[in-house]
Design a protein around this ligand. Sequence first.
Ligand code: NAP
Length: 527
Amino acid sequence: MKITGEMLIGASAVRGTDATLRAFDPARNADLEPAFGGGGAAEVARACELADAAFDDYRHAPLETRAQFLEAIADNIIALGDTLIERAMAESALPKARLEGERARTVGQLRLFASLVREGRWLCATLDSAQPDRKPLPRSDLRLQKIPLGPVVVFGASNFPLAFSVAGGDTASALAAGCPVIVKSHPAHLGTSELVGRAVQKAVADSGLPEGVFSLIVGAGNAIGEALVAHPAVQAVGFTGSRRGGLALVDIAAKRPVPIPVFAEMSSVNPVFALPGALAARGDTLASGYIDSVTLGVGQFCTNPGLVIGLEEADLDDFIDNAAAALEKKDVQTMLTAGIASAYADGVRQRDGAAKRIATGKKGAKGETSGGALPALYRVSAEEFLARPQLAEEIFGPTSVIVVCRDEDEMIAVARSLEGQLTATLLMEPDDVELARRLLPVLERKVGRILANGFPTGVEVSYAMVHGGPYPATSDSRSTSVGAMAIERFLRPVCYQDLPAALLPEALADDNPLLLWRLRDGQLGPN
Ligand code: NAP
């Protein structure tokens, strides 16, 4: 399939005339063909109006049609073959195996949501029978189901050009909920976005769905994203990216005449608590596992372990020495974009003024670091850490801070001082259980996922996954952006009181024609 540089607005391909954008190959330091035409207010309005017009037909289409549509998107992405992988490699500098894995994750995610749509538990179909003889007052017939919010705008992430982008988790969960989606193309992977966008556009047509179910908008600068969030037809936003970008969109959404929710996943340092028993038993393997996790994908993961917290003792010193030695073997690597690379360089420079750097990765063959990220490891005392809040801030890239605590109370104080996080990890052995038990209630209040004896990079797409957490990990801690529960973000409950059978939605009909599991008079089952 050829990349044309056009936007996809409903069933049409449209060349924007408001700006010219180019994709960029960060590994070769060169622009990529073709030029993309950036859109403006007219294209935003057209996409939003089409989405609004499509909403009722799409949400009322049979669940089987919706499920098959999601599967068709997955099939169409696979059919793009190496063209997609090669373009994504050129635009991101990510290796082939990583992008093939990400493609598998993307189609697996779409298929998970297809099976979720068919199963229908997300509808939360609930029936409370009328009690006409109840004293002192009779009870009405009450029935509840969840319905989709309406058109959703999705901002893809730079660090996952497939799995968190045009047909990634936000799009898949919003489409599964019954919401039309308008994606704002990420400027770092314009060609990848167009290819995937065309795969979605074809699935819309082949499934006989209204064209406004999907659009892909391209634009230069923040204005196009701001206009999308401000458009009255838009009812929710999914975002993955920087704290500044996420907060800007939250602000626009809150100031609209009709405010809407923004589900923004933003920043996290993912603390790892290295407990004494674990360090005594296997400190050396933990050190190499930790550094592998810090440097995986050039550290460009929202679950990168940016902080390790341990107790001052010989085993922690050994762990630190081993981690430093492992990091010194890691090479400088090209980052996703020049902007991310320069933000990393700035962040590390500032950190050098606030903490002791104990190890640095290997420079390139000519001693060069330009366009790349040189891994860096820091050590601070808990006292210093608590006095310098900037040490707890995310630096997107292969760097991490080890915090040395005098005693358990200081470790708990460090845990209490942290902002909201996507994950927290306990490296532990059975003899660490008492300390872990003290940390757990603190961590539950701070994070979306608590791991024991693993590293947080690697987020399973499954029913029980939570990839969320209190601010600033996300702008709304009540859901997740990965896993089946992500659908909840784009649904709301409606109660039907005493409606005649002729008007009831199928999910709530007496004879349960959709064979759903429903909560009927307090009993859960296929009733
Ligand atoms: P970003 O700069 O926040 O951009 C993400 C998307 O939002 C882009 O499409 C961007 O497009 C748009 N956007 C950003 N600010 C906006 C605003 N004020 N108004 C309207 N639209 C806006 O994130 P990024 O490009 O992915 O990476 C930059 C930094 O984000 C990284 O260095 C890292 O710190 C952070 N990041 C964090 C995570 C995470 O999961 N925690 C993931 C990826 C990146 P335009 O620029 O065209 O407006």
